[in-house]
Design a protein around this ligand. Structure first.
Ligand code: KIV
Length: 273
């Protein structure tokens, strides 16, 4: 059953709810798999840049590119809430611009949008919510801040930094975000933020105590060419399986064993000698 943003908002673990499971997807086959697995939320993440487009960071993705992939995902009619990431520079230039870009993702088929940052994005979050578009927050290791963070580094490692994250989280909650992704923080920070908030937190590299967990499709399935990050549990190793199948095809073509009679249409009688 597809959850609405308010239904996700109500999934606080301490109220007895099961933890939320969120998985990314970027195309129709991926969306079908995620829905069939029974995930609560499907995220069309801007990790699109890394795992699909082969880029080093997420900064190269535009709203047009994200919309294209949201359309591909919803074309599969997945029975799951679809969140679309707002890419870098789609909500940094001005509030009106941000609302228009969020609307573009909704018109492409998303049920809500996600954006990175805390107090500095307060006005943008409020404006998008005022346009009746549900917003998911994202704090901690926010990949769109890779340059200002000086790399992909665990955040919230000092008392001060952890307190700052707490202030950001409270502001996002007060504005009305329906859930909050917390990425790349020590487990104790993930636990404290979760305890301090009434909205559900969804962790990635934030320890076991958040109200939900998210992983990237390609990481979860062992489809990437890089060693996985510390927080990834690869539930399958599909890369060698795929390479092996493709190699078999290449070999069969070269040896002439493909196609055989089973893969060929019957010859009409009158054309035979
Ligand atoms: O883009 C993405 O996949 C994300 C997740 C890592 C939360 O934002």
């Amino acid at each position: 059953m597809k959850l609405s943003a308010p239904q996700i908002r109500a999934r606080k673990r301490r109220d007895g709810s099961a933890p939320l499971a969120m998985i990314t997807a970027y195309d129709a086959p991926g969306a079908r798999f995620v829905a069939a697995a029974g995930a609560d939320v499907l995220l069309v993440g801007d990790s699109l840049a890394n795992v699909v487009l082969g880029q080093e960071n997420t900064l190269g993705v535009s709203v047009t590119m994200m919309s294209h992939h949201v359309r591909a995902v919803v074309a599969a009619r997945p029975d799951v809430h679809v969140v679309a990431d707002m890419p870098w520079m789609s909500y940094h230039v001005g509030v009106n611009d941000a609302v228009r870009n969020a609307a573009q993702l909704i018109r492409a088929g998303a049920d809500s949008v996600k954006l990175e940052g805390g107090r500095v994005r307060r006005d943008v979050v409020r404006a998008i919510l005022d346009a009746e578009i549900p917003v998911m927050g994202h704090l901690g290791l926010t990949p769109q801040s890779v340059m200002s963070m000086g790399g992909f580094k665990v955040q919230g490692k000092t008392r001060r930094a952890a307190e700052e994250l707490g202030l950001d989280a409270k502001v996002l909650q007060d504005e009305g975000v329906f859930a909050l992704v917390i990425e790349g923080v020590p487990p104790v920070v993930g636990a404290r933020l979760t305890e301090a908030l009434e909205i559900p937190t969804i962790g990635i590299g934030a320890g076991p105590d958040t109200d939900g967990q998210v992983l990237v499709f390609h990481d979860l399935l062992g489809l990437t060419d890089r060693p996985p990050a510390k927080f990834v549990r690869p539930y399958a190793q599909l890369a060698p399986v795929i390479t092996d199948a493709l190699r078999h095809f290449v070999d069969d073509v070269r040896t002439g064993s493909f196609p055989g009679p089973e893969e060929s249409y019957p010859n009409p009688e009158e054309l035979l000698p």
